[in-house]
Design a protein around this ligand. Structure first.
Ligand code: GNR
Ligand code: NI
Length: 171
């Protein structure tokens, strides 16, 4: 089932998520919905908080890498800082260049059975891990920007939102 993605400035995006403790049908069904919602929105990752569920959990599918289900994820930074064009399904319609991600991370997480597993991510997938873990702690990528860039991207975002709202009332 496709769920609604919360958009900035929804205060629910700022709440810190709690660890997953129960590995049951409800969790499996939530993960299914997150995967459907991520694919429908054409995103490369989605954290549970983005659909209003405050559990430490994200899904990710970046290029040819496998679909990752990251429960209670933690990561260690390995690589060098990189520049990338970052976007977020909760700040839709805009992108901004960021320099706060490293290009390689080591991830520890649990799978749907509650079993620990590890992997290394590089490039865009590494950036996505950092982006999703930020969501889990109530942060958005725009928080990492300089004041000037944040003001610029949020201004563009508000303008886009107003245009979208206008289109809604016209149709
Ligand atoms: O779809 C997404 N693209 C993206 C591009 C660069 C860096 C991070 C991302 S994640 C984003 C999906 C999303 O909002 N996940 O929380
Ligand atoms: Ni995001």
């Amino acid at each position: 089932m496709i769920r609604e993605i919360l958009a900035h400035p929804d205060p629910r995006l700022r709440q810190v998520s709690r660890p997953v403790e129960r590995f049951d049908d409800e969790l499996r069904s939530l993960v299914d919905d997150m995967i459907d919602t991520m694919h429908d929105a054409e995103g490369i990752g989605l954290a549970a908080v983005q659909i209003g569920v405050h559990l430490r959990l994200a899904v990710m599918k970046v290029d040819e890498n496998p679909l990752r289900i990251m429960i209670n994820p933690e990561y260690e930074k390995l690589g060098e800082p990189m520049e990338l064009d970052e976007g977020c399904l909760s700040v839709p319609g805009v992108r901004e260049k960021t320099k706060s991600r490293v290009d390689r991370v080591h991830v520890r997480a649990l799978d749907l059975e509650g079993q620990p597993y590890e992997f290394e991510a590089n490039g865009l997938e590494a950036a996505c891990v950092q982006h999703e873990c930020d969501h889990i702690d109530g942060h958005l990528y725009v928080d990492c920007l300089s004041n000037v860039r944040r003001a610029r991207v949020l201004k563009r975002y508000r303008r886009e939102r107003e245009r979208a709202a206008e289109r809604e009332t016209r149709d």
